[in-house]
Design a protein around this ligand. Structure first.
Ligand code: BEZ
Length: 212
């Protein structure tokens, strides 16, 4: 299959998960989604990631983002592993983990990178908008656990920039100043952004976070 790129439609699928058979689009409904893969069950970094993901679920819920994880082990294995995750990470895994034994979803989303590992998925992240288009793709190697604060931060940026004519600068956090979209002339920007526009350079205009 062709490599997925930003703006492409997220492939739909029906898969066995730790919570039974689920259709991805039905699960997402009209909200946002985050789909993230793990190399394998009963591995240390993945255990910490899934425990952390569970602790962050209420934050993803607030942002209307449905979470779905994946590894290439089976549902029975996932459910045994979840007991360990809950025990060691002091949490309750409360979102489905796809049991992708036949690599169907991994192949659809190109989550196996053979030059890194022939059979296991890398740490892929896909953030999907309510229009079912892919808004963000991240790929980490098995040896590096992901930063879930960054995943929330990027959701905040994606959601803000989806609904307002702004972009978010380096290291931006929700509530901080944002950049006016380059396509908007400054005189027009001053009408749109009533909280004020600071022209640092003609191409670099800042305005307070319009949602703060
Ligand atoms: C881990 O989750 O710890 C892991 C999995 C596969 C390779 C290396 C680390």
């Amino acid at each position: 299959m062709a490599t997925l790129r930003l703006g492409d439609s997220a492939p739909d699928f029906t898969a066995e998960t730790s919570q039974g058979s689920l259709n991805f689009y039905d699960y997402l409904g009209d909200g946002w989604g985050i789909l993230f893969s793990h190399p394998a069950d009963f591995t240390p970094v993945c255990t910490t990631e899934l425990g952390t993901a569970a602790k962050f679920k209420s934050e993803f819920d607030k942002r209307n983002v449905k979470m779905m994880a994946l590894s290439v082990d089976g549902a029975a294995s996932h459910n045994e592993w979840i007991k360990d995750i809950n025990e060691t990470q002091n949490t309750v895994v409360n979102f489905p983990i796809i049991a992708d034994e036949d690599r169907k979803v991994s192949d659809l989303y190109d989550m196996i990178h053979p030059n890194a590992d022939d059979t296991l998925t890398v740490r892929s992240v896909f953030i999907i908008g309510p229009d079912k288009k892919i808004k963000l793709i991240l790929t980490y190697p098995a040896s590096t656990g992901r930063n879930f604060y960054e995943l929330l931060r990027v959701v905040d940026s994606l959601q803000l920039t989806a609904y307002h004519k702004v972009a978010t600068p380096a290291n931006w956090e929700s509530g901080e100043k944002v950049v006016v979209s380059p396509a908007i002339p400054t005189n027009e920007a001053k009408e749109i952004f009533t909280k004020g526009v600071e022209e640092v350079k003609p191409y670099l205009r800042l305005t307070p976070d319009p949602t703060a």
